[in-house]
Design a protein around this ligand. Structure first.
Ligand SMILES: [Ca+2]
Ligand SMILES: [Ca+2]
Length: 196
């Protein structure tokens, strides 16, 4: 049924066929549309250069409410493989399209997934796509497997955690020489650069 005012006539009829007076009834149909999904994430989806150890300001392009109302947001975040996304404290019902994640909730060298949910005045919700980033001190320095800015024992440990694996996701850096296998060649590269 279309939005706007609608009217119809009602008349009672009894068993004997007597009709009562006509009553006019009107009602209004209001179409409620959910807001558009948030877009334009910052950091960009798949970013590998988020500065570790610092509070991170997430932002996005604002949603629209087709009904002309205002839109609020909540942000959920998850760390690691296949995790559930949890609400970021302080990022519930924010009206600006930005939210600060404290450094304590970020894990260097791990993948982070986040999602923005847009909520309009009527409480209609639209989930955005799930975006990702990895906090890494210097992504190009491949021997720094743990992304913490130093090539040291921790990187050997990080390789050990993925030892023998062949099907690592893109954000895991244990395959230092990128030959598809985590093995002694990767260890050797880190060992060459390692500071005791
Ligand atoms: Ca390191
Ligand atoms: Ca390798």
């Amino acid at each position: 049924m279309a939005s706007g005012d609608h009217a119809f006539d009602v008349r009672a009829v009894d068993k004997a066929g007597n009709t009562g007076p006509v009553s006019k009834l009107t009602f209004k149909v209001i179409t409620i549309s959910p807001p558009t999904a948030a877009s334009g994430p910052n950091p960009v989806d798949g970013a590998k250069d988020v500065r570790p150890g610092q509070n991170l300001n997430l932002s996005w392009r604002a949603s629209n409410d087709p009904d002309g109302g205002s839109v609020k947001y909540r942000v959920s975040l998850g760390v690691g493989d296949q995790v559930s996304l949890n609400l970021v404290e302080g990022c519930k019902d924010v009206s600006a399209s930005t939210c600060l994640v404290p450094a304590s909730q970020l894990s260097t060298g791990k993948i982070h997934y986040w999602r923005v949910t847009a909520i309009d005045d009527e409480g209609e919700e639209t989930d955005g796509r799930v975006w990702s980033f990895v906090p890494c001190h210097d992504w190009d320095r491949s021997e720094d497997v743990s992304c913490d800015g130093a090539v040291d024992l921790l990187d050997l440990v990080a390789i050990g955690l993925h030892w023998g694996k062949t099907d690592l996701p893109w954000w895991v850096r244990a395959d230092v020489n990128q030959d598809g296998l985590v093995d002694s060649f990767d260890l050797a590269l880190v060992e060459q650069r390692r500071k005791p």
